[in-house]
Each structure stands twice: as structure tokens, then as C-alpha cells.
Design a protein around this ligand. Structure first.
Ligand SMILES: [Zn+2]
Length: 413
């Protein structure tokens, strides 16, 4: 049993948050929250006030092999991939390099307060296995998989379907469902790096084994034109539809340049958007049309998209999401942003046990600073998301276990 006393900020639904200025959060031995109640004289293990406890953040799109390329300002997308990213990702053929970066990657997630992440791994199955080992040691919750690529990228990064798909199945046998925290995803990087056979194989695996599928979609106009041209389809989404990759366990990153028809089919299939506004700004990819998503009630999560995104901190990305929404003329309330980065994000990824501080939920929590004047339900979400000068979180827990402790030596694993 662990009893924390703190201010508590937690989403209830997309438009409503709960703010408690002084509360006890009681965590049971299984790592579940067993009670949230006013102080009643129960001895506490830690008094975190005036800090605030929020649910752990959900990062729905980022790349493990790109950690060292954060801030490589060489967009647009296709030039950046060719010049900076593909050479860096090729280094993951070396297990030593993969091991070192996997450690850095997990530390960066935990110190950012991210407790659930959807991670693009390396094209190298061994490097992705190393990532899973690091995520397991760190105690983080993640959905990850090797990136599938077999065409139109450097040869050292190509793995044909008859090798890549069995390797993915072997990873799924080993890690899918591991400790209730880790899942394996099917990740064809994007249409431009995959053959039709690879996309079809990925779609089949995702449906047969019930694995989440994720890919980049309509990030950049040049990418869209090339994809349509290469596959001979009327639009980009058709390529993924033909491969059976568009369903209610699909998460598509970016979705900046889709037609009305694509948005309609996307929504009808139950697919989800991973909105990556900071990356879209940094590579000059464009603005995501939030109203298309909201109008169709498409589940939305947000991604840092490290390394095209410049931070591991989901609150910074939510701040960028605010800027993006203002730019397209549909401002978003901070409460809704918080939903996207916590409970809403988790639900979009199919994870029902995390994302709010309520009885029965997993104790995936973050302890952050909140200025003394951010002491009400109107101010607290805005301060949490928009104060770019705020330091890193003090502490992060997954299932009640500390995975980051700023004052206590950093990483306990
Ligand atoms: Zn990406």
C-alpha cells in the first residue's frame, strides 16, 4: 500500500477535468489505485504538495532509432529521411549501439513523464528485441515493433517480407502481452518504403493476430504525390485500404493532407489519428485539420514524433497542438488537450486501464510542479501544458512503481 498526498488533476471526459487541491491517492499492492479521497488522518508515504499528480502521459508516435537526431533541422520530410535519418537508423545493425540508445530512450520517456508509448523500432529485429528488453527492465508500458521497409530506401535498411514478417511474429511470440505492459505492433513505415507484398503481409498479420497497426500517412505533399504515383491509386489511403491496414486497431501518424473522402473512409473504418504537431511545424509538413477529426469523432492521440519532434515531453506537444489548432481556426480548450495526452490517448491506443486518477485504474502517475496560483480547475491544465519553463517532472510511476525520480537519483532500474 502506498499513500500519496497531493493536488490531483485528472481528465473525466474530453471536456471535463477534475482538480482536487488536497487529496490522498491510495495505491494497492497490485499497482492499482484503490481510493482517491480527501485527507482523513491516514498516514501518508509522501506529501507532494504544492505539486500536482496527473496521469502518466501517452506518446502515440515516436522513433527509437532517432534519439540522436533530435533537432536535425534538415527538412522537408524526404530530404531529412535521406540525409539524416536513414544513415542513423543503419547504425542499429550493431547491437552495442542499439543497447546504448535503448537505455537512453527509456530514460528519456520516464523523465518526460511518459508512461505509455507507441514506438517505431528499428528495421533490425535484434535491435527491436533489445528495445523490448530495455522497456521491460525500465518498467514502462509500451507498444512497439520493428519498422518494415523493403523498397526505396538504402539497401542496408531493407528486409524482404519473407524475413521481416517471420521476425515480427517471433517478436510477437516473445513480447506481446509481456507482464501486461508490453505489446507488439505491426509497423510498415510508410507506403513509400514498402512493396505491395510487404503492406499486404503486414495487414494480414495485424488482423490475424489482433496486433495494433501503425504507419505514417499523408505527412507531406511530395510524399502523397509519390505514393499515389507509385501505387497507381486515386489517393493515399487507398494504398493502406487495399492492404487491409485500415481498421479499428490502426493508428496513422500525421494525417495532414487527406481529402474529405479519405477522412470519411478513415472514420468509417474506426481508425485513429496520431497528431504530431511539433514535428509538422519542424519539418514544414503543414497543419493538421483538427475540425476534420472532431467533426467525425475520430479518436485522437498525440505523438512527440522524436526525432522530427524536438522533445520527449508530451505537454510541450500539447502546447504545439494548441498552436496548430489556432492556426487552422479551431482553437482547442486545454482540458481537451490534456485528454488527448492522457486518457483519450490511451483509449485511442486501445488501452483502457490507464490515463486517469480514479479507483480501479493503474497507478501510472506523474508528479509535476504547479505554481501556487494555478490552484483551480480553470488554471491548472493551462499551466501544466503551456509553461515551457517548467522543469522536468519530479517523479514518474508505472503501476505504482517509480520509474523516474528527479531528486532520488534518477532511474531506479
Ligand atoms: Zn514518425
Amino acid at each position: 500500500m502506498l499513500v500519496l498526498r497531493a493536488r490531483v488533476l485528472s481528465p473525466i471526459d474530453p471536456n471535463t477535468v477534475r482538480f482536487l487541491d488536497d487529496a490522498l491517492v491510495v495505491i494497492g499492492g497490485t499497482g492499482r489505485i484503490v481510493d482517491v479521497r480527501p485527507p482523513d488522518g491516514t498516514p501518508v508515504d509522501a506529501d507532494l504538495r504544492p505539486g500536482v499528480l496527473t496521469p502518466g502521459f501517452v506518446d502515440a508516435h515516436l522513433h527509437y532509432p532517432q534519439v540522436r537526431k533530435v533537432g536535425a533541422a534538415t527538412g522537408p520530410l524526404l530530404d531529412w529521411l535521406e540525409g539524416e535519418i536513414f544513415p542513423e537508423e543503419a547504425r542499429f545493425a550493431d547491437p552495442e549501439h542499439a543497447r546504448h540508445i535503448a537505455e537512453v530512450f527509456c530514460r528519456s520517456l520516464a523523465a518526460a513523464g511518459t508512461t505509455l508509448a507507441l514506438v517505431y523500432g528499428s528495421v533490425h529485429p535484434e535491435a527491436t528485441d533489445i528495445l523490448f528488453q530495455a522497456l521491460d527492465r525500465a518498467g514502462l508500458r509500451a507498444i512497439a515493433g520493428p519498422v518494415l521497409m523493403d523498397e526505396h530506401c538504402p539497401e542496408v535498411l531493407q528486409l524482404p517480407p519473407d524475413q521481416a514478417l517471420p521476425a515480427l511474429e517471433a517478436l510477437a511470440d516473445r513480447w506481446h502481452g509481456h507482464d501486461g505492459r508490453l505489446q507488439v505492433a505491426v509497423i510498415p513505415r510508410f507506403a513509400l518504403s514498402c512493396s505491395e507484398a510487404m503492406l499486404a503481409g503486414a495487414g494480414r498479420l495485424s488482423r490475424e493476430r489482433g496486433l495494433l497497426a501503425t504507419a505514417h500517412l499523408a505527412e507531406n505533399p511530395e510524399e502523397c504525390a509519390l505514393a499515389r504515383d507509385r501505387f497507381g491509386t486515386p489517393d493515399y489511403l487507398t494504398i493502406y485500404e487495399q492492404a487491409g491496414l485500415v481498421h479499428d486497431r490502426s493508428v496513422f501518424a500525421h494525417c495532414v493532407h487527406l481529402s474529405d473522402s479519405e477522412w470519411d473512409r478513415f472514420a468509417a473504418a474506426g481508425a485513429r489519428v496520431a497528431h504530431c504537431p511539433d514535428s509538422n511545424f519542424f519539418l514544414g509538413s503543414g497543419h493538421m485539420p483538427v475540425e476534420q477529426v472532431e467533426r467525425r469523432k475520430i479518436p485522437l492521440c498525440v505523438g512527440t514524433d522524436v526525432a522530427a519532434g524536438r522533445t520527449f515531453r508530451v505537454p510541450r506537444i500539447l502546447s504545439s497542438a494548441y498552436d496548430n489548432a489556432v492556426a487552422v481556426g479551431t482553437p482547442v480548450d486545454p482540458r481537451r488537450l490534456l485528454w488527448w495526452g492522457t486518457r483519450g490517448g490511451a483509449l485511442a491506443l486501445g488501452e483502457t486501464r490507464v490515463g486517469s486518477i480514479e479507483r480501479g485504474m493503474s497507478a501510472d502517475l506523474v508528479w509535476s510542479d504547479l505554481p501556487e496560483w494555478g490552484d483551480n480547475v480553470d488554471c491548472a491544465p493551462a499551466w501544466l501544458l503551456f509553461d515551457h519553463d517548467a522543469p522536468r517532472p519530479h517523479r514518474t510511476w508505472v503501476r505504482g512503481r517509480v520509474v523516474w525520480d528527479r531528486e532520488g537519483g534518477g532511474y531506479p532500474w
